[in-house]
Design a protein around this ligand. Structure first.
Ligand SMILES: [Zn+2]
Length: 137
């Protein structure tokens, strides 16, 4: 194995952002899943899983290639207080990017969510799940 691959960036299982190898992780880099102590303390919970599901469900009933705004997923999970879910929805999108299930775009071009500033859109990725059996249209 090459050193470069061993130290390839990982995607945080909480915030969905890419993070880089650090020397203090040298011994256990293979098992590191979170970019920070804060992310390790706030592992995705029920509401975060609901946001991931909402993104998949919303995209599942749209044409392939169509995109949604993270706010649509936030509204689906919390219709009254969706604004408070905007950052969690973005994190959910990042985790789904890590799974290959969605892509994040700005101005119609795929961008890395870790680096994207401002509003993003979400569309199906290469490993978008088949959900025909679970979605009623
Ligand atoms: Zn993180």
């Amino acid at each position: 194995m090459s050193g470069a691959d061993e130290h390839a960036p990982k995607r945080c299982a909480s915030c969905g952002r890419l993070f880089n190898w650090r020397r203090n992780w040298a011994k256990n880099w293979e098992s590191v899943r979170y970019c920070s102590d804060a992310c390790r303390r706030s592992k995705p919970g029920v509401r975060d899983k609901a946001l991931e599901r909402a993104i998949i469900e919303l995209l599942g009933v749209r044409a392939n290639g169509a995109s949604i705004c993270p706010s649509e997923a936030a509204r689906r999970v919390e219709p009254e207080d969706w604004r408070g879910l905007m950052e969690p929805a973005r994190r959910a999108a990042g985790r789904l990017v890590g799974a290959g299930q969605v892509e994040v775009t700005q101005g119609g071009r795929v961008v890395e969510i870790s680096e994207a500033k401002g509003p993003i859109r979400i569309r199906r990725g290469d490993r978008f799940p088949t959900i025909a059996s679970t979605i009623k249209t």
